[in-house]
Design a protein around this ligand. Sequence first.
Ligand SMILES: [Mg+2]
Length: 242
Amino acid sequence: MPSHAALRLITLDLDDTLWPCAPVIRDAEDALFAWLQARAPSITAAYDPNRLREHRLSLLAARPELAHDVTAARLEALRALMSESGYPQTLAEEAMTVFRRARNRVAPYDDVMPALSLLRGRYRLVAVTNGNAEVAQTPLADSFHHSLNAAEAGAAKPAPALFELAMQWGGASPAQTLHVGDDPVRDVDAARRIGLGAVWVNRDGRPWPDDLEPPVHAVTDLHGLVSWLERSQGAGADQDAL
Ligand SMILES: [Mg+2]
């Protein structure tokens, strides 16, 4: 792991690092299904929620170019369903708006807002996600300096594109950058492969995968990240890095 004597930029994963992901996706899919029942009932008569999911995954398998863009993939699946059932294409966009609004109703873990507000005064903070939560529409709208997703970067983590875009935006080298995330492969290993520091957020005591080199640092929440940075960087040592 590079020395963070000049740590300048912290990139943070969103889903399962800052909030639990599964409940928010489940609620967004429920909201979408209820909306389809009201506005496009021929679709919900033919597809229950599981079949809708299978339909989307089979479309993704046929169109691997959509893999890094989860919004485009969902929208294409909705467009295909609308044409199949004779509904106008504009309904697909309306349906997607319903999904996205619910997708942004995330509930950050309790440690997240206080830790980010502290770190925000010391480092540049950039959200980097493979998902389609829109930070500006979430309770964390004011917690970050910038946010990027895989659709904008043209590739999902573990590809380096999102990290490179973040470093370019923040004017930071890999040695001046630390990535924080829950996924051993897409976050920790992906970041350290291109020379970034990496901290594993392991909130639920999961074992580290046997086939990966162990993480240099792991925390159970962002308070742990703040204390580790204060120990390794010295409190306030980076004020002039901004
Ligand atoms: Mg994650």
